[in-house]
Design a protein around this ligand. Structure first.
Ligand code: C2O
Ligand code: CU
Ligand code: CU
Length: 462
């Protein structure tokens, strides 16, 4: 019925982790999962939609005791979901109410670089900018976050991140769970440290190789639970952490189905028992609860740590159908190439991180491409003396395909649109990317401290 292949591991059976700080379960109290609001438009016509998004500082109640000083979009922590449709003309008014520069980057959107919100587009305190684009891509769960030069790690850690749901005719018509907050949930997973006064103190705990925490948060909720019916539920997993990798699995050890990767639906559901997501990556999964009795609890886990309690609180008798067999029609016929168009090499650790031996320089263009061309990139993670880490490779303004990993066939759950991929130590990955938008686009490691330390380059597309 489904793709029989079970992916228990990513890459070439590699299951490595950069995580050095253990997750602790620091409270027995469970909290109802916070759900971001679906952002209301300021105005909408049959062709256009207008939204306003404001960065602000505030305080957030995560746990007993003091409130935590945080950043958020239209609120004190994280942000709303911006829902847009393929073909729509989108107009975003972005406002910065912080006391420092920020930028609004739309991670995964195929848009020109003048609206992409990278480090070339800072917005000053009390500044505002409008962003206009047409949605030219298929349904997907994307996200947005700040990208100011050298300050991305701290601003994201303080709370700046939100979701973008792109919808299209396919997502509207597919028979999948889609009742927001009922059987379709955004799951933004992050890790944080709280000091004895419940503050984040990013500068004190900042790690040059990726800042981690010992407490998991989902949508800003510690020890979260959801209450659902015994039906199929859809979890839109977003790794919104600065540096932590997650190995998602179910406490029941049952399998689940991955239905989407970063940039849209997979061609068919892929049965999984473990799913790794590196920082910046997303995946949509469906968990089938139809065999569960009222009162059953199953946990979404990260390795052995609890991420989310899923509680069945209502039994319904209606037939739970199977998942659609076909979700998308992505062609995976690739031309064999012997010489890649571009070669990218990640190397080093800490303050020595580099791409092709260089650290980020706003005034230097590292690569060039022409609009309308498709290129093959070979991306290497040099397993040098400094040791082996997974680096999440991310490229702006596009969705790409993974051709192979170390010459081996791409795992089934990565045979879809991607904008962020894990690069294992010593690994060589080939991707196929089409450049359709003009401008200057970043590619970088999505460990945010590596990005801030200069593990970033830029390509000019003309
Ligand atoms: Cu998610 Cu350049 O970023
Ligand atoms: Cu991005
Ligand atoms: Cu890195």
């Amino acid at each position: 019925m489904f793709n029989n292949e079970t992916n228990s591991m990513m890459g070439n059976g590699q299951m490595e982790s950069n995580n050095s700080i253990d997750i602790i379960n620091n409270s027995q109290v469970q909290n109802k999962l916070k759900l971001p609001q679906l952002l209301e438009s300021d105005q909408e016509t049959s062709t256009d939609v207008f939204y306003t998004i404001t960065t602000q500082s505030g305080t957030t109640a995560f746990k007993d005791g003091s409130l935590t000083e945080t950043y958020g979009y239209n609120g004190s922590y994280l942000g709303p979901i911006i829902r847009i449709h393929k073909g729509q003309n989108v107009h975003l008014t972005t406002i910065n109410k912080l006391k420092e520069n920020t930028s609004f980057h739309w991670h995964g959107l195929k848009i020109p670089s003048n609206v992409d919100g990278g480090p070339h587009s800072p917005i000053k305190p009390n500044g505002t900018a409008t962003v206009d684009f047409t949605v030219m891509q298929e349904a997907a769960t994307l996200w947005f976050h700040p990208h100011p030069e050298g300050r991305t790690g701290e601003q994201v850690y303080n709370g700046l991140a939100g979701l973008i749901y792109v919808e299209d005719e396919n997502s509207d018509s597919l028979d999948l769970p889609k009742d927001y907050g009922m059987n379709d949930f955004p799951i933004i997973v992050q890790d944080r440290f709280f000091d004895e006064d419940n503050q984040f103190n990013y500068q004190d705990i900042r790690n040059v190789d990726g800042t981690q925490g010992d407490t998991l948060l989902v949508n800003g909720t510690i020890n979260p639970y959801i209450e659902v019916k015994n039906e199929q539920i859809r979890l839109r997993l977003v790794n919104g952490s600065n540096a932590r990798n997650y190995q998602f699995n179910l406490s029941s050890k049952e399998k689940f189905y991955q239905i989407a990767s970063d940039g849209g639906f997979l061609n068919e559901p892929v049965q999984m028992d473990t799913l790794q997501l590196v920082p910046g990556e997303r995946a949509e999964i469906v968990v089938d609860l139809s065999d569960y009795k009222n009162g059953t609890i199953v946990q979404l886990m990260d390795g052995n740590a609890e991420v989310l309690s899923i509680k069945v609180v209502e039994e319904i008798n209606s037939e739970v159908g199977s998942l659609p067999k076909t979700l998308n029609a992505i062609s995976n016929d690739f031309d064999k190439v012997s010489v890649p168009d571009k070669k990218i090499t990640f190397s080093g650790m800490g303050n020595m991180v580099a791409i092709n031996g260089k650290q980020f320089d706003m005034d230097r263009m590292d690569l060039q491409a022409k609009t309308g061309t498709t290129e093959i990139w070979e991306i290497n993670n040099l397993n040098d003396m400094m040791g082996g880490m997974i680096h999440p490779f991310h490229l702006h303004g596009v969705q790409f395909k993974v051709l192979d990993r170390n010459g081996k066939i791409t795992p089934a759950n990565e045979q879809g649109w991607k904008d962020t991929i894990a690069l294992y130590p010593g690994e060589k990955v080939q991707i196929e990317v089409e450049f359709s938008k003009k401008g200057i686009f970043m590619y970088h490691c999505h460990i945010l401290e590596h990005e801030d330390n200069g593990m970033m380059g830029q390509i000019i597309v003309e």
